[in-house]
Unconditional design. Structure first.
Length: 315
C-alpha cells in the first residue's frame, strides 16, 4: 500500500510530507528528481533549471505557452545526491534522499504557500503527488505505473484526514456564525455557479441545490452571479438568519466556496446539527461538481458528524 501523506504545521506554515522506500541508490533517484529529461516522466509540469542555488526555474504545463523572461521558481539548495530544494510560485519543495540498504528513502516535503487558502488545497495536492510519486517509482523500476482513476475518492480521503471539510463557529453580535471554506480545485466561477443554481429562475426562492432539509429555506435575498447567493433560513416558519454562498477564484491558488449561516443566540444550541448538515452538503456538492452524484442524501453521515460536533462543543 502506498504510504499516505501527512499534513503538519512547521514554522507557522502548512507542510505536506511524503515518504517512499525506493529500490535504487541515491545517485539514480537524484537524477530522477533533478534532471528535466527524467522529470518529464513523472513531474506534473515541464521544468527548466540549472543546478545551482539562486538559479531561476520555469514550470510549464502542457496547455500553456512559454513566456520569454517569465520564471516562477528558484533553486534554493543543492547538495548532491542528498538534498534538492526549490521554490515553485508560493510553495517550497524539498527532496531528501537517505541511503537505506541497497536503495534509499525519499522524503519529499512541500511547504504550502498562500496562507489558509493554500492549505485548503492540500488534499487535492496530496492526491496529485501520490500519482506523481507512483509514476516516478515505476519509471525507476522500468515499469508502467498502474492507473488509478479514482482521484475523487483519494482527495476526499485526504480532506477527511486533514480536517479540511470542517466548519467553525464564530461569535458575532447577537449570536454566532457558522463558517465553511472548501477548495473546489480549478473549477471556474461560472461552472460552480451554474452547478449550484441549475435552471432556477432566482425570482424569489433559492435554488434547490443551495438548500437542505436541516436548514429550512426562506426567500432569496441577494444574487450576484457568479459570485454570491444569499437567502433567509427559517425556524418555526419565521426568518431566523441568513445563509450565504460565495464563490472565489484565485488564478494562483484555485477555486473555493465560502458558506456561512448566521444563527441567533437563542438557537445556538442547534449549531452541531447545522454544522454537520452543511459539511455533508458541501461534500455532496464537491462530489457532484466532479461528476459523482450522491443520492440519496447521506443522513447517517449527518448523524455521525452531529455527534462529533456536539462532543467538540461540550469540551
Amino acid at each position: 500500500m502506498t504510504p499516505r501523506a501527512t499534513l503538519s504545521t512547521i514554522d507557522g506554515k502548512p507542510t505536506l510530507r511524503f515518504e517512499r522506500r525506493l529500490r535504487h541508490p541515491p545517485s539514480k533517484v537524484w537524477r530522477a528528481v533533478t534532471e528535466p529529461a527524467e522529470l518529464a516522466h513523472w513531474f506534473p509540469a515541464a521544468v527548466e533549471l540549472e543546478l545551482r542555488p539562486g538559479a531561476p526555474m520555469r514550470f510549464t504545463f502542457a496547455e500553456e505557452a512559454v513566456v520569454d523572461g517569465a520564471w516562477d521558481g528558484e533553486v534554493l539548495e543543492v547538495d548532491e545526491p542528498k538534498v534538492f530544494m526549490y521554490r515553485w510560485n508560493h510553495d517550497v519543495l524539498r527532496f531528501e534522499l537517505i541511503p537505506d540498504g541497497d536503495g534509499c528513502l525519499l522524503v519529499f516535503t512541500q511547504t504550502v504557500g498562500g496562507d489558509w487558502v493554500g492549505k485548503l488545497g492540500a488534499a487535492r495536492t496530496a492526491a496529485g503527488w501520490d500519482d506523481c510519486l507512483d509514476a516516478m517509482a515505476a519509471q525507476l523500476d522500468g515499469a508502467t505505473a498502474a492507473q488509478d482513476n479514482d482521484w475523487l475518492a483519494r482527495a476526499e480521503s485526504y480532506i477527511e484526514k486533514f480536517g479540511l471539510g470542517r466548519g467553525t463557529v464564530h461569535e458575532v453580535t447577537g449570536g454566532v456564525e457558522l463558517r465553511f471554506a472548501r477548495d473546489l480545485v480549478w473549477k471556474p466561477q461560472d461552472v460552480t455557479w451554474a452547478f449550484l443554481v441549475e435552471d432556477s429562475p432566482l425570482d424569489g426562492e433559492p435554488p434547490l441545490r443551495a438548500t437542505n432539509g436541516h436548514v429550512p429555506a426562506g426567500r432569496l435575498t441577494a444574487s450576484d452571479a457568479p459570485n454570491t447567493l444569499e437567502y433567509e433560513w427559517l425556524h418555526d416558519g419565521s426568518p431566523a438568519g441568513t445563509v450565504r454562498w460565495a464563490f472565489v477564484w484565485d488564478p494562483e491558488l484555485g477555486s473555493r466556496v465560502e458558506l456561512t449561516q448566521s444563527v441567533p443566540a437563542a438557537l445556538s444550541e442547534h449549531q452541531s446539527e447545522w454544522l454537520a448538515a452543511w459539511q455533508v452538503h458541501l461534500e455532496v456538492f464537491f462530489a457532484g461538481l466532479h461528476g459523482e452524484n450522491r443520492c440519496p442524501w447521506p443522513e447517517d453521515r449527518v448523524t455521525e458528524l452531529t455527534e462529533q460536533y456536539e462532543t467538540l462543543r461540550r469540551q
